[in-house]
Write a protein that binds this ligand. Structure first.
Ligand SMILES: [Zn+2]
Length: 219
């Protein structure tokens, strides 16, 4: 508990930046709404006319959903994490496909609620489909998301080795990987607990700056 409180305090700025996202997002969404959404008969990709940006319903939905933050790591969006997979036109409605970070992820119900709320707030009708296969992998995370994790104090996952196509619960050391400290960049770090604040993170400690940190395990 104490450790978590300290970590939250240290990450205050980053967490606030995460919380500020929604209002910024709403503004962006509002600006996007200015041109009329294409009616069904016009749905589908179209070229942008010079000086006037046209967006399809699906593109607009992608834009809106890019503002939905991960419930556990508020500085990254579900789109950046690769949880948001597809937005498909389905008659009068859209189909939004999401893939949980791993099956049984406790945040998944929250993510679905947040997606539904964001779509409703922008008057987008959509069905939400949870797809479990293919399984989510940390490779779907964008580089920008990895940079944001690092800035937030979480060591991002390594790029997965091609042979690792199953959830990895063995220690990274066994695979000869070093985890760089997100505070000082040192690779002189040690794993203190294979399960950190959530099952998908391990707790590490930097032997140089002595700061504890979470490592998002690659899988
Ligand atoms: Zn360090």
């Amino acid at each position: 508990m104490e450790r978590d409180a300290r970590r939250r305090a240290r990450r205050g700025d980053a967490a606030q930046a995460g919380r500020r996202r929604p209002s910024h997002a709403r503004q962006a969404g509002h600006a996007f709404r200015a041109p009329e959404l294409p009616a069904r008969r016009h749905a589908g990709p179209r070229a942008a006319a010079p000086g006037r940006a046209m967006v399809t319903r699906a593109e607009y939905a992608w834009h809106v959903l890019d503002t939905v933050a991960d419930p556990e790591i508020p500085v990254v969006s579900i789109r950046e994490l690769g949880i948001l997979r597809e937005v498909n036109e389905r008659g009068d409605t859209l189909e939004v496909v999401i893939t949980p970070t791993y099956s049984g992820c406790p945040a998944m119900g929250q993510i679905e609620d947040d997606v539904r709320a964001a779509l409703a707030a922008s008057d987008i009708r959509a069905d939400i489909v949870t797809r479990l296969a293919p399984a989510w992998t940390t490779d779907w995370m964008t580089d920008a998301a990895k940079d944001k994790l690092r800035a937030y104090g979480i060591a991002p996952p390594h790029t997965r080795a091609p042979s690792d196509n199953v959830v990895q619960f063995m220690k990274p050391r066994a695979r000869g990987e070093s985890v760089a400290c997100p505070q000082c960049g040192s690779t002189n770090t040690t794993e203190t607990s294979h399960f950190g604040s959530t099952a998908c993170k391990a707790l590490y400690r930097c032997l140089d700056c002595r700061e504890p940190f979470d490592h998002f395990k690659p899988y």
